[in-house]
Ligand binder design. Structure first.
Ligand SMILES: C[S@@+](CC[C@H](N)C(=O)[O-])C[C@H]1O[C@@H](n2cnc3c(N)ncnc32)[C@H](O)[C@@H]1O
Length: 463
């Protein structure tokens, strides 16, 4: 009997990190479609508050346009997930647009490179409310073809840059090294003949791979670094200067795919009549965060390979492309400004509970639902929703039953999701119940005033 470690088989050669990242993410989105949200929620996949903040900001921009400007307002969202951001944005814009300066003139196009994702978006019932105001387009955010230059009023995206091609550099004693990756897999997790699978994987045969038992999450990534010079890199000179401000031996993501989206947006946006490109993502906001030793530079979620976004570099590249105004801030600050009070996500409150680190995962789930219920006494969502909270495999019967009861009794206008934004006053209104659940004053204080973190959700706007 063979009881040694599994023999890993190579799924290809070593290539620069971006080559493999793009390949596996194409397979991830192309095989899972809107099922991606079973793997992760984003700040916009169920919640409405970021979408509303964007609608308010866009509406102010529309109000500032000259009265005789009656041309259509062309907006594109790139990388759309389940379409919830668009649906909530459109609903808010319609509600606040009493003068008709924005909503009736809007043409909002949801763009994605995955047909599976677009199929899901087209079936999103909340979008159907806005028939005539939106369209979908099968489009690769990296591709420069398509629309006429200077035709768009606004481009937005949430959590797309982290998915796009990202190379990784390390500086050591004045020399630059690039990260190379090689995917390996234990043959035992695959069904059928290995060579057939390899062929399907290499060719990204989405239909055949969809029928395959899950394999992406079983890929093991081998890493190596090779000396490089930046001669043929996109924006090589900007990257070279950027690396001068980074310490030795710190892996630095170079989000080259995101550079492409900035170039594309710059070409498509109408100069003088545009609200720019607004992108949200997670990564390093400032040089201080980039130079943080030991900070992560990539993340694996259920087989999807994402990279941390290097915001200072994106800002420099944006300026090199020709954007005149480039600004960035933590995403929470953007939502805070819109709501007029500090915000956190529900999960950030739960993470600050004094016992969370020692709890079993299912007890954390119960705490999450109990915290959510406590907040629901005050919280009122403008949209009815049904909380979807699957139990973890292995959850004991007692906790499973408790969770079912909590979910059944959840207010349909309650907090929609574990990463939904909640305000300080909503948390304060639940003070008494939160105390009973074990939260102390200092835990709540810490949730709203966290220590500086290397990685955070950020907004970048380029005009
Ligand atoms: C992490 S999901 C985010 C979805 C949504 N924006 C949200 O925040 O819930 C990334 C999305 O970008 C899409 N995407 C990834 N790479 C893309 C590309 N090169 N062009 C267009 N869409 C892309 C994926 O299909 C997916 O819908």
């Amino acid at each position: 009997m063979n009881s040694g470690p599994p023999a890993l088989a190579a799924l290809g050669d070593f290539h620069p990190a971006d080559t493999w990242q793009v390949h596996v993410n194409h397979i991830f989105y192309g095989t899972k479609g809107p099922g991606i949200h079973n793997h992760f929620q984003t700040y916009v996949s169920r919640d409405h508050r970021l979408a509303h903040a964007l609608a308010d900001a866009f509406h102010s921009f529309c109000q500032s346009l000259p009265a005789d400007d009656t041309a259509p307002l062309e907006v594109q969202e790139w990388g759309v997930g389940n379409g919830n951001l668009a649906a909530r944005f459109l609903s808010r814009l319609r509600d606040i647009d009493s003068t008709g300066c924005a909503y009736p003139r809007l043409q909002y196009t949801l763009c994605d490179y995955s047909l599976e994702i677009l199929k899901g978006v087209e079936a999103n019932p909340h979008l159907q409310d806005h028939a005539g105001r939106f369209a979908t387009a099968h489009l690769d955010a990296r591709d420069m073809g398509g629309l006429a230059p200077h035709s768009l009023t606004w481009v937005l995206s949430n959590e797309i840059w982290d998915d796009l091609a990202t190379r990784v550099l390390i500086k050591s004693q004045g020399t630059l090294y690039e990260e190379y990756l090689q995917p390996l897999i234990d043959r035992a997790v695959l069904d059928g003949d290995f060579e057939t699978f390899l062929n399907r994987f290499e060719n990204a045969d989405l239909e055949a791979l969809q029928a395959q038992p899950p394999f992406l999450e079983h890929i093991v990534w081998e890493r190596a670094f090779q000396r490089t010079d930046l001669g043929d890199w996109p924006f090589g000179e900007v990257v070279r200067q950027h690396m001068e401000s980074i310490g030795d031996d710190i892996p630095v993501p170079i989000n080259a795919g995101a550079f492409g989206t900035l170039e594309k947006a710059h070409r498509l946006l109408a100069p003088g009549r545009s609200f720019g490109y607004t992108g949200f993502d997670y990564g390093m906001l400032d040089l201080e965060h980039l130079n943080w030793e030991g900070r992560p530079y990539f993340k694996l979620y259920g087989g999807q390979y994402t990279s941390m976004v290097n915001f200072p570099l994106l800002a420099d590249v944006g300026r090199a492309i020709g954007f005149q105004n480039v600004d960035r801030e933590p995403q929470h600050t953007f939502v805070h400004r819109n709501l007029g009070e500090p915000v956190i996500s529900l999960v950030e409150l739960v993470q600050n509970h004094p016992r969370v680190a020692e709890m079993a995962p299912w007890d954390v789930d119960v705490l999450m639902l109990e915290t959510l219920q406590a907040l629901n006494n005050r919280y009122r969502s403008p949209y009815p929703n049904r909380l979807d909270y699957p139990t973890l495999p292995g959850t004991p019967k007692k906790q499973r039953k408790l969770m079912q009861q909590l979910i059944q009794n959840m207010n349909a206008r309650g907090v929609p999701d574990t990463v939904a934004y909640i305000t300080e006053s909503e948390v304060r209104a639940a003070d008494k119940t939160l105390r009973k659940l074990g939260y102390r004053e200092k835990d709540i204080q810490r949730s709203f005033h966290p220590a500086n973190a290397a990685i955070q959700f950020c907004r970048l706007t380029l005009r």
